[in-house]
Design a protein around this ligand. Structure first.
Ligand code: DAH
Length: 339
């Protein structure tokens, strides 16, 4: 009996030693000390023991039980400490870790292009001015030498608020506002939003942006216009860029021209980007029409000037090689964050 007890004790101690979780430990307690446990089994066999032996055996069983319980309890305390330690280690909050960074936005490609154009002209001594987006017919058309019945008006169909007030179709009206101030000479650019009742597609939008330019002084000639725009093109698209002036018609300039630059992608030899021509159109320009000067109170005998106007989106699309203008307005962060 004694040997059996010793055997049980050794077996249980071995099991305890090998148990590495509280669950396993609890299982040992139930299996060994519980109702169906080995020790209980021995107690049940007491009836076969002689009456003299019983107290001794009973004592022995009890001693073993206490010993096992003590070791179980000690092991339990140790395991609980380990569990707590692991928990503390895993769930620790490191207050020295950097906080989640809030994502900062950045400038829209339109804005980047606009600031680039502004930078170039400011460098040439131009002032940046702004005009109203809601205009009267006079500033948008009439004062720019586009009379009421002129077909040029149809080309720039827009959103009328009433018969006389409209959303401007071009930034050219800003020229008139500046000239009317009567402060000469003028060297200005006017970036801003314009509107036309166009359907949305890859190259059109009912709302887009233009940058207007105007220079008025004594003895300004077409040579000044050419030199200025050639310099601008080089700054914007690279030192090797050449410009080409194609005759055109605008009511408010005479003579008028459209300006192409050599394709910055192929250098002028012709590629997919410039549709094989080697040239890319970037703006319209000309010498300010004497009628326009006169209407704004400037004497065309004394003063002359040049003007130009370009689409900002067009510049942004060219500069970043974007092939669809709609991307500029969708505000998809995945697109915008590339610039
Ligand atoms: N306003 C013209 C347009 O929207 C662009 C333009 C051409 C502006 C010639 C000018 C200019 O100032 O001189 O098509």
């Amino acid at each position: 009996m004694k040997e059996k007890l010793e055997q049980i004790k050794l077996e249980v101690l071995k099991q305890i030693e090998q148990s590495d979780t509280l669950e396993k430990l609890n299982e040992i307690r139930i299996n060994q000390l519980g109702k169906k446990g080995a020790l209980t089994e021995i107690l049940k066999g007491m009836k076969d023991v002689t009456p003299e032996e019983r107290p001794k055996i009973g004592q022995l069983v009890n001693d073993v039980r206490i010993e096992i319980e003590t070791i179980l309890e000690d092991t339990k305390v140790k395991l609980e400490a380990l569990v707590m330690e692991a928990k503390l280690r895993n769930e620790v909050i490191d207050v020295t870790l950097p906080a989640n960074k809030s994502k900062k936005g950045h400038r829209h490609p339109n804005t980047i292009a606009m600031e680039e154009v502004e930078r170039i002209f400011i460098g040439m001594g131009y002032e940046v001015v702004e005009g109203p987006e809601v205009e009267t017919d006079y500033y948008n058309f009439e004062a720019l030498n586009i009379p009421a019945d002129h077909p040029a008006k149809d080309e720039q169909d827009t959103f009328y608020i009433n018969g006389d007030i409209l959303l401007r179709t071009q930034t050219s009206g800003t020229q008139v506002h500046e000239m009317e101030k009567g402060k000469l000479p003028i060297r200005m650019i006017a970036p801003g939003r314009v509107f036309r009742s166009d359907e949305v597609d890859a190259t059109h939008s009912p709302s887009f942006h233009q940058i207007e330019g105007l220079v008025i002084d004594k003895h300004i000639t077409f040579a000044d216009l050419k030199g200025t725009l050639a310099e601008f093109a080089k700054e914007l698209f690279g030192e090797d860029t050449k410009v080409k002036f194609r005759p055109h018609h605008f009511n408010f300039t005479e003579p008028s021209a459209e300006v192409d630059v050599t394709c910055f992608k192929c250098g002028g030899s012709g590629c997919r980007f410039c549709k094989g021509t080697g040239w890319i159109e970037i703006l319209g320009c000309g010498m300010v029409h004497p009628n326009v000067l006169k209407m704004s109170g400037i004497n065309p005998e004394e003063y002359s000037g040049f003007a130009f106007g370009m689409g900002l989106e067009r510049i942004a699309l060219l500069k970043y090689e974007i092939d669809d203008m709609r991307l500029l307005y969708e505000n998809d962060v995945r697109f915008l964050k590339q610039f």
